[in-house]
Design a protein. Structure first.
Length: 203
């Protein structure tokens, strides 16, 4: 029997990322749906102080509204020189939600006088799985690296063109999807979620 799993996102890249990770983990019997595949429902604003709070709130809303098991993630970038900001404000750092170019421009401006050795940071992804009438699972993945001085690469999204993963010399936007899945914050979080997803598929 195929179990339907709602991913609380309209981002096709996120949906495909989870599909790839399920395939690589050998988990069959789960049909991935996005928010565009279910009737609209009221989505609570992301007002949590942590990635964990936001992800869990989104997953609970999706499960309650649709009756489906729901996965939601909240992710962003933490920059050491900015005391961990933008953090949960990453998507709307410039004041406009999801304006990647403006967010990147503002972050670069804020770090303009920060030397290379102090430009460390990390991508963080927290994924929550809520099964109606069942368990809630929350996992976290981190991807350490540093912030470059200009955008490079045309892959990925968000802050990928600025983020240089630790131990490498190219940005996240220069990696192939498969390379990124293997090491990214979301890939690491979803990998930690696979035991719960496997249990869902078997249930």
């Amino acid at each position: 029997m195929t179990r339907r799993l709602l991913v609380a996102s309209r981002n096709a890249k996120k949906l495909n990322e989870l599909r790839r990770i399920l395939d690589e983990a050998g988990i069959a019997g789960i049909e991935i749906l996005g928010l565009d595949d279910v009737p609209p429902y009221d989505e609570a604003p992301e007002t949590g102080a942590t990635f964990e709070e936001n992800a869990l709130a989104k997953a609970r809303d999706g499960a309650a509204a649709t009756g489906l098991a729901c996965v939601a993630d909240d992710s962003g970038i933490e920059v050491d020189a900015l005391n961990g900001m933008p953090g949960v404000l990453s998507a709307r750092w410039s004041g406009r939600h999801g304006d990647d170019a403006a967010n990147n421009t503002l972050l670069l401006a804020q770090l303009s006088d920060v030397p290379d050795e102090r430009r460390g940071g990390r991508f963080v992804s927290t994924c929550a799985l809520v099964v109606p009438g069942g368990a809630e699972t929350v996992v976290r993945g981190e991807w350490p690296g540093s912030i470059g001085r200009k955008p490079v690469g045309d892959g990925g999204f968000g802050y990928d063109p600025l983020f240089i993963p630790a131990g490498g010399d190219v940005t996240a936007a220069q990696l192939t999807p498969a390379q990124k899945d293997a090491v990214s914050h979301r890939g690491r979080a979803l990998a930690r979620l696979t035991p719960a997803l496997a249990a869902l598929a078997e249930g």
